[in-house]
Design a protein around this ligand. Structure first.
Ligand code: FES
Length: 546
């Protein structure tokens, strides 16, 4: 159901974009009309510019018929006063010069003359080009001429060399209409057809969208979501009462941030979202997602993060940590306290709304400052804005304020034991891991720690000197876009593969593993760790709170 919800949302986005294109292009068609889109505004109807009078042919009609005994028809026509035999064969039409008996060939002067005979506009000939077919004339691939007219519509006239036919008139309104046609019929290859794979796929997507919408609607009806008297979820109740609860999916059951602990004898069974997002120990301890359960008096509920509060942070330092990551240091009025590995929920003003973004603290808690690592998101493609939240934060000036709520999260160090602490991270996932490693190393008896950190290249290795300087941390950077040929003598490839190679020689019952990084890396690492048999209760992860 979660996957259906997710897919339904993304398919709806694609379909909405296409519906907008249909509306715009359809509106354009209605306003422009057929004549306005044809490209024939200055075209004389074919019959009136073809000179139909008979001409004196030097090559006899009967002779031509003998040359082509299987011809369906042979017709003598006048091309600007010169005789031309049009011979229709079973699979072709050929054109013979009635004066010479040779295959017809149109020269530039004749092409220009024929173009002018077909033209009724105010312009004169601007230029003549030899072409072989044109993507402006569907299906025409033969040699010919393009006569460009100097007029208000930028008229182009195409003349076929072998037949001396005026193939088409094109102009600027036609070009605009052609693009509207492509958008309307999703015909981006220019095949002038609405019977193609893309439109079939769109049809199937629309069908899937409708069916999944009906299924989701049915589920909402069964849940009583449209009933004005329906019970609220715990998440809605807490939010209405002003209790801060982390959430980035708006109650959709996909982010896993809205954890609460239920206490009592009649706890509701975990649903699919909870079994996917919470581990067995959490479920056994009564942890549930507050967005997934209606308010009930059958049990009591404890917020996971009781020390959460709203706060206004002031930026006191900003530095470029790596080419893609900016380090921001804030102070908070009451020296906000937190546990290593926790995150804050930032409120980012954007247009007329407030966006919620989550960032983990990147230092141990006792330093009286809040340090965050923000990856500067670039625009995925031209015209698409870069990440709104990261861009906003990276462009704050020292002294600026930003509102936040927190701290949240239970990505924290395990209780003291003798296990090796294994940290695996990539990219901006360094932040909570660094906080955890610093906290571990600040203990009187720090546990032995191993840190595998993945980055694209050497320049992206955040805090490298710091990790290399720790006596109690075996630091292993792994680069994914660098090879030995680049002068790098360390490990290369995927971070989870390097970690797995090391774990292969370890006692898997004597490790606590912490993972944080971009979603694909996180997913691959968690799968690899469970595949080799590490108990889920020994694995802690943070999915950036996204
Ligand atoms: S709010 Fe996202 S899972 Fe509950």
């Amino acid at each position: 159901m979660r996957f259906m919800q997710w897919l339904h949302r993304w398919v709806s986005l694609i379909l909405v974009v296409q519906v907008v294109l249909w509306l715009i292009s359809g509106f354009f068609f209605a306003l422009t009309g057929h004549q306005g889109m044809s490209g024939h505004q200055y075209m004389v109807p074919q019959k009136t510019f073809t000179e139909l009078r008979k001409v004196a042919a030097k090559v006899d009609f009967e002779e031509i018929k003998q040359w082509f005994p299987n011809a369906h028809s042979v017709e003598l026509v006048s091309v600007a006063g010169v005789g031309q035999y049009q011979v229709t064969l079973p699979d072709d039409v050929i054109y013979i010069d009635a004066n010479t008996g040779d295959y017809w060939s149109t020269d530039e002067a004749l092409a220009t003359r024929l173009a002018l005979l077909s033209y009724s506009g105010p312009g004169s000939v601007e230029s003549v080009e030899r072409v072989t077919g044109s993507n402006e004339v569907n299906g025409w691939t033969d040699p010919g001429f393009r006569i460009n007219m100097a007029d208000d519509l930028n008229t182009r006239i195409y003349v076929d060399m072998a037949s001396a036919q005026v193939v088409e008139h094109r102009n600027t309104p036609w070009t605009i209409a052609d693009w509207a046609f492509r958008l309307h019929f999703m015909d981006y290859s220019g095949g002038r057809s609405f019977n193609h794979l893309l439109i079939w796929s769109a049809g199937l997507l629309a069908l899937w969208f409708s069916l999944s919408g009906l299924i989701l609607l049915g589920r909402n009806l069964i849940n009583g979501d449209f009933n004005p008297g329906r019970k609220k979820t715990w998440l809605e109740q807490f939010q209405q009462q002003g209790h801060p609860v982390a959430s980035s999916c708006g109650g959709g059951g996909t982010c896993g941030l809205c954890k609460v602990t239920l206490k009592g004898d009649n706890l509701p069974e975990p649903n699919d979202s909870e079994t996917a997002l919470l581990n067995r120990d959490e479920l056994n301890a009564g942890v549930r997602l507050s967005c997934q359960h209606k308010v009930s008096t059958a049990y009591s509920v404890e917020l996971a993060d009781k020390a959460v509060s709203d706060t206004r942070l002031t930026l006191v330092n900003k530095r470029q940590l790596t080419p893609s990551i900016v380090e921001l240091t804030f102070t908070s009025p009451g020296n906000l306290t937190y546990h290593a590995g926790q995150f804050m929920q930032f409120r980012i003003p954007h247009l007329n709304e407030v966006l919620i973004r989550h960032y983990s603290m990147a230092t141990r808690p006792d330093l009286n400052k809040l340090v965050f690592n923000v990856r500067q998101m670039t625009s995925p493609q031209e015209g698409v804005p870069p990440g709104v939240g990261s861009n906003y934060l990276c462009h704050l000036e020292v002294g600026a304020n930003v509102d936040a709520t927190g701290p949240f999260g239970d990505f924290q160090l395990t209780e003291q034991n003798n296990n090796t602490q294994v940290f695996i991270g990539g990219g901006a996932g360094i932040a909570p891991l660094r906080s955890l490693i610093q906290a571990e190393q600040a203990k009187q008896q720090p546990r032995h720690s191993v840190f595998f950190y993945g980055a694209r290249n050497e320049d992206e290795l955040c805090y490298r000197d710091e990790f290399e300087a720790y006596d109690g941390v075996a630091y292993t950077p792994v680069l994914s876009e660098t090879t030995k040929a680049d002068g790098w003598s360390g490990k290369t490839g995927f971070i989870h593969e390097a970690a797995l190679a090391w774990l292969a020689n370890e006692n898997l019952n004597a490790v606590d593993v912490y993972v944080c990084g971009p979603p694909p890396m996180l997913k691959a690492t968690l799968k690899a760790l469970t595949d080799i048999g590490i108990n889920r209760s020994r694995i802690r992860f943070d999915d950036f709170g996204i």
